[in-house]
Design a binder for this molecule. Structure first.
Ligand code: PLP
Length: 478
């Protein structure tokens, strides 16, 4: 039996309004039905009439009841069933939509890292703080005058950054680009997103490398693409199946990461580069060349992009600051025919009105500064040092239990376990032992492969991290 709680902090009129609302939503008073008069209710409840008047006023303001002079107070017709207490089913909404969530292993790794930041991180594909040009960037930021007007920027990207990239691409990447052929993006990831959403349609077939970073991106499935895989060996992507895939499935694009590929660290061999371009130009097949790692060649060799030898205009080139400077700046770029650049800039404008101009200014300054070249050479030396620490630790902790090819650049070491174990169990055991890595199946490989990223972990933690991984592996074998 309901009664007023006179000790409660909730005012009496509010308690009465809540009570009437509850009775309405339980169906005791259907839509359009007449409520007892204010006087009668006041008597029943044992309060002043003015308290009930106030409660009715509250319900009227929410649209739950309506009063007309001469015909009393009735339950509102159209509000029935839509009482403010009927919370939408947000979980159902959160699981809906056409954009797929990240892969469960990647979500688990992110969750583990946020719960325990002391885990040794062999999973995140980015530079550790001591490899990033942190002091150089802060010096640039403190000495540079930023634009005083912060309006929406050019949809293709900040013009001085595009100009700096024209010079950078010619000097470092052997590419003759122009300002109008460059689109600045929020990392390579946005280039991939724009390409999959705007240049392809649901049902289109594309080829990716196997294993491949792209396999880890549900964005390809979200775009409704059919994915076919081209195996990667020591010399990069194998090309034999391209013509067959084209004939049978009409593949519309090939996505490749030819320099220090993620996850295998391989370089596409020179003969294969020429052969790939030849095949693409015969079939009129576009190639998306994703090239975030080539400047990390530890010996400083100029690993030139496919695009630099692309005489038939088959290649869209994607670059990024993430793997060579700072992933948090979120600066990437695409070099593509002007019609493509304009289309993608227009789409991006519809999504977010373009990038923030400030990181673009910082990136332009950094590229043009005297800091850039010395930073790159320090980065290469330090990455090689971390790679060697990782290899030394693996040889010490897991002799004969793990195989790998030694990469000559990039951030990743791709390993095969001599005896495969269950990926999910291995990841959980590793987390319990203070370390995270990415299971190979995330990149489409069979169980028994592991990707260790050595760029992110602190040098002094690499040995301890691999010892933890070895304990995890052994705990599953015993
Ligand atoms: C091959 C490849 N492409 C693209 C990306 C996305 O990088 P970002 O968007 O930070 O440039 C990554 C990141 O790991 C990558 O390895």
């Amino acid at each position: 039996m309901w009664g007023l709680d006179r000790e409660s902090k909730k005012p009496l009129y509010q308690q009465i309004a809540d009570h009437i609302e509850r009775r309405i939503s339980f169906g005791e008073f259907p839509p359009g039905s007449l409520l007892p008069s204010e006087r009668k209710l006041a008597e029943q409840i044992g309060v002043n009439r003015s308290t009930v008047v106030q409660a009715f006023a509250e319900l009227r303001s929410l649209g739950i009841i309506e009063s007309r002079s001469g015909s009393g107070t009735r339950v509102s017709q159209f509000k029935w069933g839509a009482s403010p207490k009927h919370t939408p089913n947000w979980n159902r909404y959160a699981q809906g939509g056409s954009f797929l969530p990240n892969l469960p292993f990647l979500r688990r790794i992110r969750e583990a890292l946020s719960q325990d930041p002391s885990l040794v991180d062999f999973a995140s594909g980015e530079l550790a703080a001591d490899l990033a040009p942190t002091s150089e960037i802060s010096e640039i930021m403190s000495s540079h005058q930023y634009a005083s007007y912060l309006g929406y920027d050019n949809p293709q990207g900040y013009i001085p950054l595009r100009q700096a990239l024209v010079r950078y691409l010619a000097e470092y990447r052997g590419l003759q680009a122009t300002e109008s052929s460059i689109l600045i993006t929020s990392g390579s990831q946005q280039s991939l997103f724009l390409i999959t959403q705007c240049l392809l349609s649901p049902g289109d077939a594309v080829a990716i490398e196997d294993p491949s970073y792209y396999y880890s991106l549900p964005m390809f499935q979200s775009a409704g693409l059919r994915i076919f895989r081209l195996p990667v060996d020591q010399d990069g992507m194998r090309l034999e199946e391209i013509r067959g895939l084209y004939k049978k499935h009409r593949i519309k694009m090939i996505f490749t990461n030819p320099n220090f590929q993620n996850p295998t660290g391989t370089l596409l061999a020179d003969e294969r580069r020429h052969q790939l371009l030849q095949t693409a130009s015969e079939l009129g097949l576009p190639i998306i060349e994703d090239d975030p790692y080539s400047l990390t060649d530890y010996e400083g060799l100029p690993r030139m992009p496919l695009k630099s030898i692309d005489t038939s205009g088959s290649v869209i080139y994607i670059g990024s600051f993430s793997k060579i400077a700072a992933s948090g700046l979120r600066i990437g770029w695409m070099v593509a025919p002007n019609s493509v650049v304009l289309r993608l800039a227009d789409a991006r404008q519809q999504m977010d009105f373009g990038l923030s101009v400030i990181p673009q200014q910082v990136a332009a300054q950094f590229l043009e500064s005297d800091f850039f070249e010395p930073h790159l050479s320090r980065l290469r030396t330090n990455l090689m040092y971390k790679r060697d620490l990782l290899i030394e630790a693996l040889r010490k902790e897991l002799p004969g239990e793990i195989q790998f090819h030694i990469p000559k650049g990039g951030h990743h070491l791709w390993c095969k376990l001599s005896e495969p174990v269950n990926d999910a169990k291995l990841l959980e055991a590793a987390i319990r032992n203070g370390v995270v890595f990415v299971p190979g199946s995330v990149y489409g490989s069979d169980a028994g492969f592991v990707r260790f990223t050595f760029a992110r972990a602190k040098s002094e933690c690499i040995g301890q991290g691999i010892a933890g991984f070895a304990r995890a592996l052994h705990s599953l074998r015993n």
